[in-house]
Design a protein around this ligand. Structure first.
Ligand SMILES: C[S@@+](CC[C@H](N)C(=O)[O-])C[C@H]1O[C@@H](n2cnc3c(N)ncnc32)[C@H](O)[C@@H]1O
Length: 233
């Protein structure tokens, strides 16, 4: 059977529609602290570990105060808010207006007197400006590697010194696990999850002038995320 070739524009509109509706409700719950099912709780814990790893890397560098950061695909602000709490100036954005509104509300509760974080409803491909550090966590999972390459290329052009990305790694074990998972479709699995080979991502970074300087991996039963920090040069 011939496979359907999907271009980036339609892929993006599927993701946009998903995060306008089912995706927003699902991920807002996962990224919150209310009651969720066991799988979602496992994903919540894994995601929080990824956030903690990145916050820890940046705070260890001891220069967060005033550091200008772009958080592309910020979701509900899980990363942008703690970074702003530590004094960074964060420009956070997301393709989903609902996500951005939720992030803004959470930031207002947690950071009422710290207007160092701003949120914009914007897809990352249209972001402009220059930032010391550009971060994009758990977004590339929504796109095939060829689209991810273009997205990383654009993010790299915005980053003066550093780019931090996370993605679902494509390893044999995880490919098998994903196949097993696809036998158990559930109502929440409404977007495809794309895994990327680490060597492909490292090459894309290198093609854009970035070299990996720190790496991390979060694995729980239902959440896998490779985290790479790459610096110019
Ligand atoms: C799985 S969530 C991760 C959110 C956040 N980065 C985090 O780790 O908490 C993926 C997010 O990417 C956003 N997104 C997907 N495609 C995007 C694009 N092309 N530009 C900007 N945001 C995008 C979605 O709306 C969603 O909020």
């Amino acid at each position: 059977m011939p496979s359907i070739v999907m271009n980036s524009a339609s892929e993006k509109s599927i993701v946009r529609d998903y995060f306008k509706a089912t995706g927003f409700d699902r991920w807002r719950r996962i990224y919150g602290d209310g009651k969720v099912n066991t799988v979602q709780k496992n994903i919540r814990l894994g995601h929080q570990k990824t956030i903690d790893t990145v916050v820890n890397w940046l705070s260890t560098d001891a220069n967060l105060q005033g550091l200008v950061i772009c958080d592309a695909g910020c979701g509900v602000g899980s990363l942008a808010i703690p970074l702003a709490q530590q004094g960074a100036i964060v420009y956070a954005s997301d393709i989903s207006e609902k996500m951005v509104t939720e992030a803004w509300q959470r930031a207002n509760q947690l950071l009422p007197l710290r207007p160092t974080v701003s949120f914009a409803a914007q897809d990352l491909e249209s972001l402009t400006g220059q930032y010391d550090t550009v971060i994009c966590l758990d977004v590339l999972i929504h796109y095939p590697t060829q689209d991810a390459a273009q997205m990383i290329g654009h993010l790299a052009s915005l980053a003066q010194s550093r780019l931090i990305l996370s993605f679902a790694p494509k390893t044999l074990g995880l490919v098998l696990l994903k196949k097993i998972g696809s036998f158990f479709p559930g109502p929440s699995k409404t977007t495809r999850a794309y895994q990327h080979k680490e060597e492909d991502i490292i090459k894309i970074l290198a093609d854009n002038g970035f070299k990996v300087i720190r790496q991390g991996m979060t694995s729980t039963s239902f959440y896998y995320s490779r985290i790479l920090e790459a610096a110019r040069g």
